[in-house]
Design a protein around this ligand. Structure first.
Ligand SMILES: C[S@@+](CC[C@H](N)C(=O)[O-])C[C@H]1O[C@@H](n2cnc3c(N)ncnc32)[C@H](O)[C@@H]1O
Length: 343
């Protein structure tokens, strides 16, 4: 971590400022090992260049596994000349609808950054990118950005963010808050760290769509039962088989008008299948759908009400889907009360 980022950070429990002790520094001045300390005696270690505000992955451990297995599959640079080229950038743009002036030279935070494909978009658009994630994905993200001094990766809980209030020019959370026990609190927490007039973008799973299918829920439940004895083996085997064989066959069968409804019934109730054009993305996304411990689904009205309750003005749906939305942090946002969460 670059030492200049300390001013953005706060104790997630008391909101106190943190002082930095450097134990080991890299040749370009990045802190590799050290400690962040409050005056009241709380301590948060910096390990492998990452400030650590949580000591375990808790309910997000499947993502630690997932992102170590697919560290860069969804990065633009890995997809040049391939079927999903441009997808990550388009997805970011359609969810946040943040024009370049809202990113270039600005400090932007991502809640639940995973390995950092969207932080990479922010960096390429000229932003200073700060990502927080609770899982071991943070180590993957740190490796992905090597020693870029305009990127800060933090291990922490988005429901109790380790940042100063109102410190960012913009912030977003894509595909994350439905994996927490309280997505509305996640929106409040995000709004709380954005300055008044800054932008917010959020995307969560949509009720009635893919992640809500009975097939996805059945396979997810089976995985969570099998995981205790077999780890991720069965889920990997299922995702690999569906991505490589079952999904392509079902997509072809759907082209026949007479079979379309029957295949859709199968997909919605019994077999997890995706039509993405790249087999690697299908493998990753099927695994991602069937392994999380928490996965709730929502609708547009709910998401817009969370943004409103979080003090955002002009909350509105964006082009990506029914549950992607953006808003402007209002006067109440940056001063929002810290969110309550278990433990
Ligand atoms: C599906 S991934 C999305 C990653 C990234 N936004 C993307 O779309 O590439 C969800 C991420 O949310 C993280 N996550 C889940 N609950 C979290 C929490 N309470 N605090 C921080 N990160 C969390 C997981 O570790 C995981 O990396």
């Amino acid at each position: 971590m670059h030492p200049g980022f300390v001013d953005l950070l706060r104790c997630p429990v008391t909101q106190e400022r943190l002082s930095l002790r450097v134990d080991r520094e890299s040749s370009n001045g990045m802190v590799e090992r050290g400690m962040l300390m409050t005056q009241s005696g709380r301590e948060y270690p910096i390990i492998r260049g990452i400030p650590r505000f949580v000591s375990s992955e808790r309910y997000a451990s499947s993502f630690g596994y997932e992102w170590n297995r697919w560290p860069r599959a969804q990065f633009e640079a890995e997809n040049i000349g391939r079927p999903m080229e441009g997808h990550t950038t388009r997805m970011f743009e359609r969810i946040t609808e943040a024009h370049p002036g809202r990113i270039d030279g600005k400090t932007i935070v991502e809640f639940g950054c995973g390995p950092g494909r969207f932080l990479d978009v922010v960096r390429r658009k000229g932003g200073i990118a700060v990502g927080v994630d609770m899982s071991q994905a943070v180590d993957v993200a740190r490796r992905n950005f090597a020693d870029d001094s305009n990127v800060l990766i933090v291990q922490g809980d988005v429901l109790r963010p380790p940042f100063a209030r109102g410190v960012f020019d913009g912030g977003y959370s894509i595909g994350v808050l439905h994996h927490t026990p309280d997505p509305a609190a996640g929106v409040r927490a995000l709004a709380g760290v954005i300055r008044q007039g800054g932008w917010i973008g959020v995307c969560v799973y949509t009720r009635g769509k893919f992640y809500d299918y009975a097939s996805v829920k059945r396979v997810r439940e089976a995985h969570l039962r099998l995981k205790r004895s077999f780890g991720y083996g069965p889920a990997l085997a299922y995702a690999w088989l569906s991505a490589g064989v079952i999904s392509p066959v079902l997509q072809r069968l759907k082209r026949f008008a007479k079979l379309k409804r029957a295949v859709e019934h199968l997909e919605q109730n019994w077999i997890v299948s995706l039509g993405l054009k790249d087999r690697r993305w299908r493998f990753l996304d099927i695994f991602d759908a069937i392994t999380p411990e928490i996965a709730s689904t929502h609708d547009e009205e709910e998401l817009l009400s969370w943004l409103g309750e979080a003090g955002c003005e002009d909350a509105r749906r964006t082009a990506f889907c029914a549950t992607s939305a953006t808003g402007t942090a209002g006067s109440a946002a940056g001063s929002a009360m810290p969110v309550q969460c278990a433990a």
